[in-house]
Design a protein around this ligand. Sequence first.
Ligand SMILES: NC(=O)C1=CN([C@@H]2O[C@H](COP(=O)(O)OP(=O)(O)OC[C@H]3O[C@@H](n4cnc5c(N)ncnc54)[C@H](OP(=O)(O)O)[C@@H]3O)[C@@H](O)[C@H]2O)C=CC1
Ligand SMILES: CC(=O)N[C@@H](CCC(=O)OP(=O)(O)O)C(=O)O
Length: 343
Amino acid sequence: MIRAGIVGGTGYTGVELLRILATHPEVKIEAVTSRSDVGKRVDAAYPNLRGFVDAAFVEPGAEALAGCDVVFFATPNGTAMRMAPELLARGVKVIDLAADFRLQDPAVWAHWYGEPHACPELLADAVYGLPEVNRAAIREARLIACPGCYPTAVQLGLLPLLEAGVIDPGRIIADVKSGVSGAGRKAEIPILMSETGESFKAYAVQGHRHWPEIKQGLALMAGTTVGLTFVPHLVPMIRGIHATLYADLKGDAGDWQALFEARYRDEPFVDVLPQGSHPDTRNVRGVNRCQIAVHRPLGGNTVVVLSVIDNLVKGAAGQAVQNMNLMFGLAETAGLWAVGLYP
Ligand SMILES: NC(=O)C1=CN([C@@H]2O[C@H](COP(=O)(O)OP(=O)(O)OC[C@H]3O[C@@H](n4cnc5c(N)ncnc54)[C@H](OP(=O)(O)O)[C@@H]3O)[C@@H](O)[C@H]2O)C=CC1
Ligand SMILES: CC(=O)N[C@@H](CCC(=O)OP(=O)(O)O)C(=O)O
């Protein structure tokens, strides 16, 4: 059995990790941390886990985590980069759900995250955990940077087009909507029910920290720099991301549906819907799945891709477990093969 630790077990992605790992056939939950709830039983904090997780929260630290084979960081940005070096030195594999190891250039990280990187020497070791792109490298990795939720939906939606070189990489538009759980489990006025429950708005239009991450990933797919406009929105739902992606086709002819179907035929967690479909976030709620539809609207030469995920699953905890499965030579679908909730 793989002994797994979770740092940040009281947050939304942490409890989602617990939900998935609790029934994973190859995993034993070894340690779950919280600074605020030390000693409290995990199933007292989260009664949905009663009968599945028999553990109490412990202080985050190398003592509690050194006995693990893998440690997941479900913590705010800037946490894993301070704890990962010691764990890695002790031979523990690390999977970070936050942004600490996603950007290759420490100067870009410092610009967007507001502080110098604490261990820039580890950035070259970190593998970007998007299995549909980096599967071989993930299998060999000891340090995984899980993609952000918006970047997962956007990159999976554009991957077939960029790899095939059929769109203009200089002008891509990503109009993306997120449920409120994307902001985490914290008490803040902008995410109160009465602020978000019957409202819909864009934010960070001038620049969101996922913009450099998405640009970095798309450039690797395209083999050149990309021009990207990314506008995130907050919508009145709890889970889910819906990305509407626009790009200019280089030529007029092409079977874009066939291109997407061929690229994702062997991908267990990417589902290309039939031609003319409109994916719905509720159909991926609670599961590690991205559903995609590709359209060529009347008029102009624009391709429109619709891509949906659950931000907490394919956008975070599910993708993290998919990475763990690859790192430990397990079936990639272990513990993750499930049907989405409906409605
Ligand atoms: N929510 C989402 O949809 C997604 C989130 N992410 C990323 O995953 C990470 C976690 O997100 P989310 O679960 O939403 O966040 P939450 O705010 O819900 O939870 C954060 C957790 O981290 C713990 N924590 C906070 N500070 C520290 C610290 N200094 N050391 C150790 N533990 C700490 C908290 O518990 P305590 O204070 O008790 O220690 C809590 O359990 C973030 O980096 C986020 O950006 C990525 C993709 C999607
Ligand atoms: C709705 C909402 O607030 N979303 C968050 C992004 C989600 C997230 O947690 O960011 P990472 O994927 O980088 O970890 C935000 O815009 O800051």
